[in-house]
Design a protein around this ligand. Structure first.
Ligand SMILES: CC(C)(COP(=O)(O)OP(=O)(O)OC[C@H]1O[C@@H](n2cnc3c(N)ncnc32)[C@H](O)[C@@H]1OP(=O)(O)O)[C@@H](O)C(=O)NCCC(=O)NCCS
Length: 282
């Protein structure tokens, strides 16, 4: 594996903090605003849904979740949106920990990659063979599966609009599926560290990595050598979107940057063959 530099593989114990970091970071992505128009009313639903997403990634043999750590800022809550700041589910600097998770990213391995199962985690940190069912800890009584922040109509439009480009460019490749850093820790190189670990892994295996990124993520991806293939734009003011009541929401247009980074060198070991697309990106 590539060396870890202020980053590490995530564990199930990280989930409350990962959910907090994801909500705090993704809030700034137009995709979040588009798909979760009711986030201000239901912050616990947002946190719970990220918790579930990353739980499923952590337990998926075809995925890897990485976290970046930094010294916690006491005032970090002042950098997040109001509803999240006041949520009792916000996972703050507990237990006097000096270092906390401040960034998260996930990758999907290329279908049938020889690394399948190498990164999946149980609570003991062991591999996929030792997975256990994990319930949210008791004090997170507000954990739910209601998704009231979410708009099914917006999600359907989003998938319809982005599906063809994702199928064309992402299918069969290793994918950088999510990337978010808590805003209190932006511009410190955390996203760069996370992405560079992923592309080094891809280089070791001699495989391409694909991404469908929001504009802020695209800036980081360009620096890591990703090359633009297509830009998908979703305008909320179109007739179809108006019919789905999306124009009623206080959201902007969405831009999704589809890009690929080709490997810098031949594989250094193992093998990975291409196959059919596996599942959706976040
Ligand atoms: C995109 C994001 C992950 C970057 O995290 P980060 O840790 O601040 O990124 P880095 O410090 O590694 O910055 C890498 C480079 O990206 C560019 N960049 C990052 N944030 C930027 C900003 N706000 N304005 C301009 N450039 C920016 C810069 O080129 C920067 O390099 P530099 O600081 O040497 O100039 C973070 O801003 C975020 O979580 N955004 C919201 C969620 C999102 O959009 N995620 C992407 C979904 S694909």
């Amino acid at each position: 594996m590539p060396p870890f530099d202020n980053i590490r593989l995530a564990t199930l114990e990280d989930l409350p903090r990962i959910a907090t970091v994801a909500a705090a970071g993704f809030f700034w992505s137009p995709t979040f605003q588009f798909q979760r128009p009711h986030h201000a009313s239901f912050p616990e639903d947002t946190l719970s849904s990220y918790w579930r997403c990353y739980l499923s990634e952590l337990q998926d043999p075809a995925a890897a979740v990485l976290v970046a750590e930094d010294v916690g800022e006491q005032d970090e809550r002042s950098h997040v949106y109001d509803a999240l700041r006041h949520s009792p589910m916000y996972d703050t600097l507990q237990d006097g920990r000096a270092r906390v998770v401040v960034g998260v990213c996930s990758i999907d391995l290329k279908p049938e990659s020889w690394r399948m199962g190498q990164f999946s985690r149980s609570s003991s940190g062991r591999g996929a063979d030792h997975q256990a069912h994990v319930d949210p800890p008791g004090h997170h009584v507000l954990y739910n599966t209601l998704d009231r922040d979410f708009s099914d109509e917006a999600y359907a439009v989003y998938n319809q609009m982005t599906g063809p480009a994702k199928k064309k460019y992402l299918a069969g490749k290793m994918k950088l599926t999510t990337l978010a850093v808590h805003p209190a820790y932006w511009r410190r190189g955390h996203a760069t560290n996370l992405v560079s670990w992923c592309v080094r892994l891809a280089d070791m295996d001699g495989v391409s990595v694909a991404v469908s990124a929001a504009p802020m993520g695209a800036r980081v991806a360009v620096k890591a050598g990703f090359e633009e293939q297509e830009v998908v734009r979703i305008k909320r003011s179109t007739k179809e979107n108006a019919a789905a009541h999306l124009a009623d929401h206080d959201i902007g247009d969405v831009e999704l940057w589809i890009a690929i980074r080709r490997p810098l060198q031949a594989p250094s070991g193992g093998s990975s063959t291409s196959n059919s697309p596996r599942r959706r990106s976040l």
